[in-house]
Design a protein around this ligand. Structure first.
Ligand code: NAD
Length: 443
């Protein structure tokens, strides 16, 4: 049974820690946020992540999983320490490594025996080598020569399906220069390894690059279909048919071919900016990624401008928005397109009636500057009540089957903007609504 500490219990650390315990390891999850740790100790999950509560409860009960704010205790008890802290964007687009450096230095100042330090945070190529020097620095300061290895093990989980993704990953990537560390990592992921999950061993730089290249590719794919969708609106083509037929081509695949108001979240925006910056730093401009970043900003605004172009002046209008998280099944609103759309509408004098099944708390914080313009509704129908338009921003399942007659009765004007194409125009029109989907020339 490997003895593991996970530093950082956010969206990645809490899921990874719980799933590593589920694989049979002994795991202590550490965070500086006392409130988070106290909640987790009681089995209360501070984020919205379906299924995580059951994995946490099961592993606490059998004694394999615990939570603590005491990093010194966790380091002492463990042979392997995962770093899963945030790497937010700095002003120039690069990843801010301050949290990673702090964690690495803390580890260096604490370890007393050979330890494998595993970086799970998404970090620029070259960071593992910085981690080696930060840890060495701290060990040297103590007059010791404790041995350690650094492994790069990027995380590919998706919020909303994070538990499934962690227990059924498409691949495990291990970047390492040490056979000793590689063998220990095989033990950590033994149940996946034996299950024949693709297990890719490579050097540190490649592992770091794999994560950024994968996210940048997906962001480009979304952006591509968004631009084709915009072109469909001008040419009489229908993006639903276009995307469906494109997706049938095995070389293209149907995933990530759904147009919408731009990508958001804690990963794609920051990771595309970070890899673009790495490209510029190395005199290798990533033209496609740079273009996707710009196109995505335009896409978010395009959605808001479309609403304005249909409704005319927004001053004094009331607009209901459903779905504020950057995608369904998470409460995460980091860089959500809903933020750009809400800001655009409110800045032009609109009143907002907002509803999200999980992100209401995040919304009240992230949209604090708009608080005079925003009403937080109790459900989707309360949001629609007396509004001049209803906008589906994020396609939560519960918005897929709205009672459109009831919506029509509640709205002051029957404008219905479906930014995710989850309704058919005919059904909305039959319900008495004026329907505006995306990616076709229906007006
Ligand atoms: P997060 O902000 O949700 O969580 C980070 C946690 O680390 C916080 O709880 C914070 O209090 C804690 N922390 C910071 N410094 C600490 C320290 N020195 N000691 C103890 N705790 C500390 O971040 P996240 O979304 O979990 O992302 C973590 C990393 O994983 C990022 O690099 C991100 O890019 C990457 N990633 C995220 C996702 C995702 O879907 N969220 C997916 C794959 C990879």
């Amino acid at each position: 049974m490997a003895k593991i500490a996970v530093i950082g219990t956010g969206y990645v650390g809490s899921v990874s820690g719980a799933c590593l315990a589920d694989f049979g390891n002994h795991v202590i999850c550490v965070d500086t946020d006392n409130e988070k740790i106290e909640a987790l100790k009681k089995g209360i999950i501070p984020i919205y992540e379906p299924g995580l509560d059951a994995v946490v409860a099961r592993n606490i009960a059998c004694g394999r999983l615990s939570f603590s704010t005491d990093i010194a205790f966790a380091a002492k008890e463990s042979d392997i320490i995962f770093i899963a802290v945030s790497t937010p964007p700095a002003d120039d687009g690069s990843a801010d490594l301050a949290y990673v450096e702090t964690a690495a230095r803390q580890i260096g100042s604490l370890i007393e025996k050979y330890t494998v330090i595993v970086n799970k945070s998404t970090v620029p190529v070259g960071t593992a080598r910085k981690v080696i020097s930060w840890v060495s620095d701290e060990i040297t300061k103590r007059g010791l020569s404790t041995e350690f290895d650094v492994v790069s093990n990027p995380e590919f989980l998706r919020e909303g399906t994070a538990v499934y993704d962690s227990t059924h990953p498409d691949r495990v990537v291990i970047g390492s220069e040490s056979e000793r560390a590689r063998n220990i990592m095989k033990d950590v992921y033994r149940s996946l390894y034996l299950n024949e999950t693709p297990y890719i061993e490579t050097n540190l730089e490649s592992a770091e690059m794999i994560k950024y290249a994968s996210n940048a590719f997906l962001a480009v794919k979304i952006t591509f279909i968004n631009e084709i969708s915009n072109l469909c609106e001008k040419t009489g083509a229908d993006i639903r048919a276009v995307a469906k037929a494109m997706g049938k081509d095995g070389r293209i695949g149907s995933k990530f071919l759904h147009p919408g108001p731009g990508y958001g979240g804690s990963c794609f925006p920051k990771d595309t900016r970070a890899i673009a910056k790495i490209g510029r730093n190395n005199d290798e401009i990533l033209h496609i990624v740079e273009a996707a970043i710009e196109a995505n900003e335009n896409q978010k605004l395009r959605a808001a401008k479309k609403i304005e172009s249909v409704l005319g002046s927004l001053s004094g209008k009331t607009i209901a928005l459903l779905g504020l998280s950057f995608k369904p099944n998470t409460d995460d609103m980091r860089e959500s397109p809903a933020i750009t759309i809400c800001e655009y509408l409110a800045n032009r004098g609109a009143h907002l009636r907002l509803y999200d099944p999980a992100a209401m708390k995040s919304a009240q914080w992230r949209l604090k500057a708009l608080e005079k313009s925003a009403y937080y509704a109790v459900d989707e129908y309360d949001a629609a009540n007396s509004a001049d338009a209803l906008v589906i921003v994020t396609e939560w399942n519960q918005f897929r089957n709205l009672d459109l007659y009831k919506v029509k009765e509640l709205l002051a004007s029957p404008y219905f903007f479906d930014l995710r194409n989850i309704y058919k125009k005919q059904e909305a029109v039959a319900g008495g609504l004026k329907y505006f989907g995306i990616g076709n020339s229906d007006k």
